[in-house]
Design a binder for this molecule. Structure first.
Ligand code: NAI
Length: 691
């Protein structure tokens, strides 16, 4: 195997090349090699200074997280940085690609930093439930000051090179060749060391520090890593750097094995694993340059924006002139607002809008490579759309439906080319939400699916492959969760209590507030459509139907599970709803009992766990950890809890079996109790247990 670190020479400057593909992760081997290289340079009188540079596409993009579940190997990063600081010669970090986490801490330990345009730097450790552990919280404030360092480190901000330059986080940004520029810079520094540890921390106003801390804790939901980050940065102003470094390291070591950190690492590895599909491994991807979107409603416009942002040519087709105009205006307004708020340059926005063609003529779809249909959720309408598409789309185009619940096989059957048909289930708002369920129908070709996954990635999304079943993974689990919450209000809780418990668990919104937001009528119509096939023995909660029958359809009608003042905002519990629930209980013969918060939380989460196990057993979800990615990225499940599968693994099989029996007993007839075994498999990224 090639050495991870090698020393090259450019006259009197040594160039230390970090070569640990694919992302030059700061592994134990990299640290060992760096330490040895610094010692060599320190002892070689013919060397005046050094440059640290990454081979390939990036500097050190981050630490090697596979190490983090075990004791860290020597030498650890602080020792490498200390060696740089004491080697007596200037060392310049030459940054390209990403210099994040430990990579940027290493750069902060150098005497100068020079970045290629387009580089991203930062200390995103809190997004993994930890804080920087090699001086990031002590050195960064010496450049940007305490309030800015709190904002950056507590949010895990990734800072583009131009901003980093403006804040002095890098000394120069170059457009052309990075290495010679860095060598010249090292030579200019001569023999002098310009260590951040010797600099003072810029004086800041106490009020400003307090405000930055308060905002950071609020935005970071007061999680342990965010608290520790705020505390550690604050230390930089009060204590000598060596004491600050010791405290930072101790906090880092504690957090590394904390529950939040393990949960977030689980999601990190789950995401990496989710991209690997053994049965699609050899599949070719079709070339996609032009994307057609059918339907310019809520979803169609969001998908069109995502595709324009992804660099594609987009053809947007509508049936209705007025709807087309509304959709086109929504897209224009979206870009105007990004320009107005400084999130996008004017020329860039104009370029994106220029790639959009919109109209009502289906012939426009004749030469697109992928079509995503987002018309009304009605099988007959969708089948008609696919019949027309079959006639107009070029051979080999991938035909995708954004349906939430409909049978993708039935949609594919409307064409003569079911092998080209897949589901691409986006979430609303489609330009912002990361999750996409890529649905495999019975006839979907491997290359069509591989293309769906690849295009979703190009749109910056997290695609999860799922089988074709009512609600796919996410909506089916969500329905089971909501049903369990309805059981609970039938038995004795009220919507506001259930919502409060689940919001304090970490969901952005409780299930009843979500129902009011999306509108109760969609689910009502769906229940009516499925009434004939419903198991008459199964438990059925009538409360949602009763709300709809009295016109309480959610926020849009000013009332649903709650009453809404002020034009739809500000939910308030409503005595009318309590009466309605009390009546429903009485008519069903249920005597209400009081329910504690712990029961509510456990039942809601176990309902999710149970449905996840069923989906795995049915082969709809392919990997247990995929379920966690779906819930965290599409349904507001708190990221730091790792997802239902992570929670299930934490409780272990025995406890889980007992809990699911308990849940089944409370849920009554029609509830299918799952075997939890498929949830309990190996956690990606962790060593497989040997016995
Ligand atoms: P929408 O009602 O906002 O938009 C549908 C648009 O399709 C309308 O503008 C309509 O004029 C147009 N349309 C209808 N028939 C057409 C045809 N034959 N040819 C061309 N255009 C036609 O609906 P929305 O919310 O955008 O939903 C669209 C699809 O996305 C549905 O299948 C829905 O289940 C799915 N979906 C919706 C989500 C949501 O949160 N709204 C989330 C995920 C999926």
């Amino acid at each position: 195997m090639a050495e991870a670190i090698r020393i090259e020479r450019d006259g009197d400057i040594a160039v230390i090349v970090i070569d640990n593909p694919p992302i030059n992760a700061g592994s134990a081997e990299v640290r060992r090699g760096l330490l040895a290289a610094i010692e060599t340079i320190g002892g070689d009188a013919s060397i005046r200074g050094a440059v640290l540079i990454g081979a390939g596409k990036t500097f050190i993009a981050g630490s090697d997280l596979r190490e983090f579940d075990r004791p860290l190997q020597e030498p650890q990063l602080p020792a490498v940085i200390a060696a740089i600081e004491t080697c007596g010669k200037p060392v310049v970090a030459a940054l390209h690609g990403a210099a994040l986490g430990g990579g940027f801490e290493l750069a902060l330990g150098c005497d100068g930093r020079i970045a290629l345009a387009g580089t991203v730097v930062g200390l995103p450790e809190v997004t993994l439930g930890i804080i920087p552990g090699a001086g990031g919280t002590q050195r960064l404030p010496r450049i940007v000051g305490i309030p800015a360092a709190i904002r950056m480190i507590a949010s895990g901000e990734r800072v583009p090179a131009a901003k980093a330059l403006a804040l002095d986080m890098v000394d120069a940004v170059v457009d052309g060749d990075l290495r010679p520029a860095a060598v010249a810079f090292a030579r200019r520094l001569g023999h002098g060391k310009t260590r951040l540890r010797d600099c003072g921390v810029p004086v800041a106003d106490d009020g400003e520090i307090a405000a930055a801390s308060r905002d950071a804790l609020k935005a970071g939901r007061n999680r342990p890593a965010v608290r520790a980050a705020v505390e550690a940065v604050g230390t930089a102003a009060r204590l000598p750097i060596d004491e600050g470094l010791v405290r930072e390291r101790a906090a880092f070591q504690d957090l590394r094995l904390s529950r939040d950190a393990r949960a977030l690492r689980h999601l990190f590895f789950a995401e990496r694993e989710s991209a690997r599909h053994p049965d699609l491994a050899g599949a070719m991807r079709r070339t996609i340059e032009r994307i057609g979107v059918i339907g310019a409603g809520t979803m169609g416009t969001g998908i069109a924006i995502a595709a324009l942002d992804g660099g594609f040519q987009v053809v947007l087709v509508e049936a209705d002139d007025a709807a087309l105009e509304r959709g086109a205006r929504r897209i224009a307004d979206h870009y105007a607002s990004r320009v107005a708020t400084g999130r996008l340059g004017e020329a860039d926005a104009a370029g994106r809008r220029f790639r959009l063609t919109a109209g009502t003529d289906w012939a426009m779809l004749a030469d697109v490579d992928l079509v995503i249909e987002a018309v009304f959720e009605d099988l007959a309408v969708k089948q008609e759309v696919f019949r027309r598409l079959d006639a107009v789309a070029r051979p080999g185009a991938v035909l995708a439906t954004n349906t939430s619940y409909l049978d993708v096989d039935a949609i594919a059957a409307a064409t003569m080319r079911p092998q080209d048909v897949i589901g691409l289930h986006f979430f609303s708002p489609a330009n912002a939400m990361r999750l996409v369920e890529v649905v495999r129908a019975a006839a979907s070709a491997a290359d069509a699916l591989a293309t769906g996954l690849a295009v979703s990635k190009r749109l910056g999304k997290l695609p999860i492959l799922t089988g074709n079943a009512f609600g796919f993974i996410g909506n089916r689990i969500y329905a089971a969760y909501r049903r369990q919450c309805e059981f609970m209000i039938e038995e004795g809780a009220y919507p506001e209590q259930v919502d409060a418990v689940l919001e304090s668990f970490g969901f952005a919104m409780g299930p009843f507030a979500v129902a009011d937001l999306s509108g109760l009528d969609i689910a009502w119509r769906m229940r009516q459509a499925r009434a004939a096939t419903r198991d008459p023995q199964a438990r059925y909660v009538t409360i949602p139907d009763r709300l709809c029958e009295v016109g309480r359809l959610g926020r849009k009608t000013g009332a649903g599970y709650y009453r809404y003042a002020d034009g739809g905002k500000g939910r308030q519990p409503d005595p009318v709803v309590r009466d309605l629930i009390d009546r429903a209980r009485a008519e069903t013969g249920i005597s209400p009992r009081s329910m504690d918060d712990d029961e509510i939380r456990r039942r809601a989460l176990l309902a999710i766990t149970n449905e996840a196990a069923l989906l795995l057993a049915e082969g709809i979800a392919l990997r247990a950890a995929d379920v966690d990615l779906v819930l965290v990225n599409g349904y507001g499940f708190p990221r730091w809890e790792g997802g239902p599968v992570f929670l299930a693994r934490e409780s272990g099989q025995l406890a889980l079996e007992r809990d699911l029996d308990w849940l089944a007993g409370l849920s009554g007839p029609g509830f299918t109790r799952a075997d939890p075994t498929p949830l309990l498999g190996h956690t990606p990224g962790r060593p497989v247990p040997s016995a």
